[in-house]
Design a protein around this ligand. Sequence first.
Ligand code: TAP
Length: 444
Amino acid sequence: MLIVLNEDVDIAVAAAKAAFKRGSEWRKLDASARGLLLLKLANLIQRDVDYLSKLESLDNGKTVADSVFDIGCAVDTFRYYAGIADKSCGRTIPADAGLFSMTRREPVGVVGQIIPWNYPILMLAWKWAPALAAGCTVVLKPAELTPLTALAVAALAKEAGFPKGVVNVVPGYGPVAGQALTLHNDIDKIAFTGSTVVGRLILEGAAKSNIKRISLELGGKSPLVVMNDANIDEAVEIAHNAIFANHGQNCCAGSRTFVQAGIYDEFVKKATQMAQKRKVGDPFDETTQQGPQIGEIHFNKVLRLVNTGVKEGAKLQTGGSRIGKEGYFIEPTVFSDVSDDMTIAKEEIFGPVQTILKFNTLDEVIERANNTTYGLAAGIVTQNINDALVFSQAVQAGSVWVNCYDAVVPQAPFGGYKQSGIGRELGEEAMKEYLEVKTISIKL
Ligand code: TAP
């Protein structure tokens, strides 16, 4: 049933607007005091990790161990932004015409934040921490499939002492609550993570309303390149985790595994064996590595793409089917003999499906790696620093990992080239996404 939530959105936006008003308790706080509030929130999340991780797994289906890991990353993110809240400096500028010119960085204002279901608490942290450090107020719409931990963390924000109206959560459906935020004239910026299709709608909404600022973190079809000189066991493990982590429901998943011809057959054999060992089942069982996919629609999409892979001639090495009759469990799946024109090499599957492609030279693989509308991440496994640097410079991706994958940390920016997004999350770059630059010039 669709519940019309525009009224709720209006109430939340009005609260956020009032909290942002000049002279409000929030606006009067020193930047360092905002940092202290973020630190308190981080500590409260850490205090409640047991409860929050179980709630996250109940809602999302990821293993409790994965939830605990995500929450640790969320805590680190809040702590990082707590530390830089009061380090956002302007400049003095050697301006013409005898002017004394300087810049100030000021919060954008009321921010609408729309997040997906794959990392609920972590995406919340990536959105709230830089926005609040910058001095904005926020209205968050969590994914309708996973709203529970956002509500629990909002209660912790209250306990931490954030003033009334600074932090707001409005659960609701995307085309209703999400769209209402996107079109709202009192929202100064939307930060969005999710599909490229909805990212486009967000841009349209901004254009149709008040030209609000936009940052987008969208999909990917990220290449992971394994060179002949790689330690094959390490490479197989890196590639396995790059695609199977979080059930493959990961925007920067290494979803095109390019392996050089000299080690291709051995790599496929070992990758298949590793996938077969992956334990799928109850997320609350400590030995489980992979729980169910998020829901029926997504589960069917993954299986449909697997069938397309078979029909288009890729070689199914293992997996490819549902496990059991209940729940949305999918066998860890490995395809070899995948070519660039196949649907499974082009479309984001967002599931536990590894596609292994063969290449001969570095120049060839760079060309093929870049032959996509996406550009979120890329990786290379090699012992040759030259090859690693040539690839890192040539590949069109916001993050490049050498001899590792998915190494995302709060200090370093993350985001997409091309249709994988606009703007950056994490690091100082993310805070800039929530700040306007004001130039003040004084005639001397
Ligand atoms: P989206 O549909 O993009 O959902 C992401 C968020 O946007 C959710 O909160 C969603 O609300 C909301 N939304 C949906 N329609 C909207 C609209 N018209 N206006 C404003 N907000 C709207 O992604 P999904 O359905 O969760 O997954 C679809 C595909 O997106 C996946 O298969 C995957 O390829 C990709 N995806 C990418 C990422 C990342 S991290 N880049 C994350 C998740 C999914 P609801 O709660 O109602 O859906």
